[in-house]
Write a protein that binds this ligand. Structure first.
Ligand SMILES: Nc1ncnc2c1ncn2[C@@H]1O[C@H](COP(=O)(O)OP(=O)(O)OP(=O)(O)O)[C@@H](O)[C@H]1O
Length: 309
């Protein structure tokens, strides 16, 4: 088999068009063993299309999709993956226990039913018909079905949508446990705190391209802005007039300052107000980095369109 140890799934130079929509434009994406890769991006960025290509549900117009070094439609490759898609359609009358048994039977060495149920937190749902479960409970069952075959690679497409906080925390713990056991996970999510909490690597997509790939820290580091918070007698207008200060807000008796030059501004604050207190400096969060990156991509596209016109 042609499986490279450094890669369990890949898109190589892949383009995909639906009619007039260029869904993917020359995409490269690699999933490595034992990592959780989060695919992030605004609606329509191309995340689901990328997953559908890796699952062999659709074919690329150009380039190649690989699963364990094989064509994703090959049964040897498919037996090594577990999938939880947004569009899961399952027989409503089957009980959860029956669904789990049936799905596990497709795999060569599945987990025990009890083990899968515990990992997904559905021990109390096993005897219920799937169709009678709430939306969040159905998502938990879909997660159990995705992992029951002991797959080496799990695709989880927005898995925690509709889950309450407790169920989400359990699913996060289960994902961490699976990655700890050496499984690879591809996760798409719009919850940036989910990617921040779980991802070894993030791939940010916009308009059918990968616009950033790296660790969560790499992504944060791309945003130069830092946030300073303090209690001071200085007014927001005063501070806004200083060099390097991009934004100032007065909230909850604190001044909130955004700047790419935190050290310079902190020195100036301390010099201007001897009574300044409760000083905090924070780097950008993933959400800010994501917003900035995707806004830049949108602006670049608008410029390109202007040039073409
Ligand atoms: N079957 C289809 N027919 C026509 N256009 C499609 C089809 N599937 C996707 N598209 C288009 O391709 C582009 C990429 O869609 P895709 O579903 O991959 O995005 P996404 O990043 O998963 O979005 P979301 O976050 O909303 O799920 C979008 O412009 C979408 O409208």
């Amino acid at each position: 088999m042609n499986t490279s140890a450094s890669c369990v799934a890949a898109l190589r130079g892949v383009s995909k068009r639906y009619g007039r929509v260029q869904a993917l434009n020359d995409i490269d994406l690699e999933v490595r063993p034992g990592e959780l890769l989060a695919a992030l991006g605004p609606n329509g960025a191309g995340k689901s299309t990328s997953i559908a290509l890796l699952l062999g549900l659709i074919r690329p117009d150009r380039g190649r999709a690989e699963l364990f070094g094989l064509d994703p439609q090959r049964i040897e490759a498919r037996r090594r993956i577990g999938v939880m898609l947004q569009s899961a359609v399952l027989p409503l009358t089957l009980r959860v226990r029956e669904l789990l048994r049936l799905t596990a039977s497709y795999y060569p060495s599945p987990r025990s039913l009890a083990d899968s149920a515990t990992l997904a937190g559905i021990e109390d749902l096993l005897d219920r018909p799937y169709g009678k479960l709430s939306g969040g409970q159905q998502r938990r069952v879909q997660f159990a079905l995705a992992l029951c075959g002991r797959p080496q690679l799990l695709f989880l497409d927005e898995p925690t949508v509709g889950m309450d906080i407790d169920a989400r925390q359990r699913l996060w713990a289960a994902m961490r446990a699976l990655v700890g056991e050496g499984y690879a996970v591809v996760l798409t999510t719009h919850y940036l705190e989910e990617a921040e909490a779980l991802a070894d690597r993030v791939s940010v997509m916009a308009q059918g391209r990968v616009i950033h790939e790296g660790t969560v820290d790499d992504l944060r580091a791309r945003v130069a802005v830092k946030r300073i918070r303090c209690v001071t007698s200085l007014s927001s207008d005063q501070v806004l007039a200083w060099p390097h200060v991009s934004e100032v807000q007065q909230r909850d008796r604190c001044l909130h300052i955004a700047t790419p030059e935190a050290e310079t501004v902190v020195r100036q604050l301390l010099a201007a107000d001897a009574d300044l207190r409760d000083l905090e400096v924070q780097r950008a969060g993933l959400a800010e980095a994501f917003t900035e990156l995707t806004r830049d991509a949108e602006a670049a596209r608008t410029d390109d369109e202007r040039e073409v016109a």
